[in-house]
Design a protein around this ligand. Structure first.
Ligand code: SDX
Length: 434
């Protein structure tokens, strides 16, 4: 196995160390490159650039492998729950019964928002997107936990994690209720994490939501499948913000903002809007795929493609099965699921998609489950954010506990004007300089 890379620049040869991960992934360590050669590397979307060593999640995009702390996602999906998985991702091991009970008690202890938080909710228009409310209210939460926000002590991480997970879920539910002009429903300590969320979303002051075990299981699985995914856009953002030693609430709020875009976590909302447009147009999907393949259309098959997976996203398979299971238990049909399956079938047999290795990703089917549960599309990325919170917290912790903590600060290649000087207004021509 190569242990050094040789790079020849301007007639000089530089030897750079090669790093090999525990699963065999390899990197050329360029930490010293600029000092040695005066050169930097350029990789605008970081598609070829590793920002860190991490022990949390392993993905093999060519083989469609995803493991949380070494455990395959299929096993976690089949045997675990979201909160147990969250603990496993954050603290590095599956919790003992006692550890899980202690963590569950902390989640219950911190499930209520400070009463003054409701004034912030009342300030938002009912049409405000819940992702905007979520990011704002996560930062607002830090104002009610100032000592916790300031702390970088490892022993405070468990409470920080519990506060974030519990409060984010309650904030999300309150945001949904406000958008519907409904009274907020407070958490009920009788319920576990996901059931409590459904209770806060759908109960009425005079009638408790009828808890369907199948719906609780499906939503818990959605959270679990979104819990972490190595250095995706939002997690890399969390690490960036954490590297400047901002508090964990600020890091989580930054993660929410980065997640929101339709190329990332916002894709689940975009998928449903795409499927709805196809349904309303009466197209069987074939005209839409023609548009997608026409570069000038600006259309993309949302929920398809992935920077890392050049094979099936293993989460998509699990969610697709869960869609069929939940809809049959609820005795529901969803025409959008039929359209999605037709699009998948057509795309997987179409050279445009096959040549580009475009497969369904986690967002392609997840919206179908959330629709079946009764959530509106604007809440879908909020669900993604609740699920991703453990991954953001675990990555925040890795930054905090890094043996060589340094602020993330990429360099650039400057291509602007060379040396220029100030020109007094009088001397400036009336025509603005291009
Ligand atoms: C998530 O990183 C993560 O791990 C993210 C995530 C997580 O858990 O955190 O997995 C969650 O964000 C999943 C992705 C959700 N986004 C979407 O579904 C939006 C649609 N997909 C794409 O826009 C795209 O596939 C990305 C953003 C996901 C990946 O973009 P890349 O890696 O930059 O790929 P690209 O845009 O350079 O595309 C390469 C080629 C291009 O064609 P050519 O120029 O080579 O002819 O593939 C085409 C693209 O036009 N292409 C698509 C397409 N995705 C890529 N064509 C049509 N439809 C698509 N969806």
């Amino acid at each position: 196995m190569t242990t050094t890379a040789r790079l020849e620049l301007d007639g000089k040869v530089y030897e750079l160390p090669v790093i090999v991960g525990s699963e065999g992934d390899k990197a050329v360590d360029i930490t010293k490159l600029r000092d040695l050669s005066g050169y930097i590397t350029l990789d605008p979307s970081y598609a070829n650039t590793g920002s860190c060593l991490s022990e949390i999640t392993f993905i093999d995009g060519e083989k469609g492998i995803l493991r949380y702390r070494g455990i395959p996602i299929q096993e976690m999906a089949e045997k675990s729950t979201f909160i147990e998985t969250a603990y496993h991702i954050i603290f590095g091991h599956l919790p003992t019964r006692a550890e899980l009970s202690e963590f569950s008690d902390l989640l219950t202890k911190y499930e209520l928002l400070h009463e003054d938080m409701k004034y912030h909710f009342e300030g938002f228009p009912t049409t405000g997107h819940p992702m905007a409310i979520l990011s704002a209210m996560i930062n607002a939460t830090s104002c009610f936990f100032p000592d916790l926000a300031r702390s970088t002590r490892r022993e405070d991480l468990k409470v920080q994690a519990a506060v974030l997970l519990a409060q984010v879920r309650t904030i999300a539910a309150f945001a949904y209720r406000r958008s519907r002009g409904l009274p907020t429903i407070y958490p009920n300590p009788m319920y576990k994490f996901t059931a409590n969320f459904l209770h806060m979303l759908f109960s009425l002051p005079n009638k408790d939501y009828e808890m369907h075990p199948e719906i609780v299981k499906a939503l818990d699985l959605i959270f679990l499948l979104h819990a972490d995914h190595e250095q995706n856009c939002s997690t890399a953002t969390v690490r960036m913000v954490a590297s400047g030693q901002a508090n964990v609430f600020a890091c989580a709020a930054a993660g929410v903002c980065a997640l929101w875009g339709p190329l990332h976590g916002g894709a689940n909302q975009a998928v449903i809007e795409m499927l709805e447009d196809i349904r309303q147009s009466g197209d069987d999907g074939s005209n839409f795929l023609k548009l997608v393949k026409d570069k000038n259309s600006g259309k993309r098959l949302m929920g398809f493609g992935h920077r890392v997976y050049k094979n099936y996203d293993p989460r998509a398979n699990i969610i697709k099965r869960q869609c069929d299971e939940l809809l049959s238990v609820l005795r529901k049909d969803d025409p959008l699921l039929d359209i999605a399956k037709r699009l998948e079938e057509a795309a997987l047999n179409d050279p445009y998609f096959v040549e580009r290795k475009l497969y369904p990703n986690v967002d392609f089917y997840s919206g179908i489950i959330m629709r079946a549960i009764g959530l509106p599309p604007e809440m879908f990325t909020v669900i993604f954010a609740i699920g991703r919170m453990p991954g953001w917290i675990a990555n925040y912790r890795e930054i905090l506990e890094s043996p060589t903590p340094r602020i993330y600060r990429p360099r650039q290649i400057y291509t602007g004007k060379t040396l220029n000087h100030y020109v007094d207004k009088i001397q400036r021509s009336s025509v603005p300089v291009q």
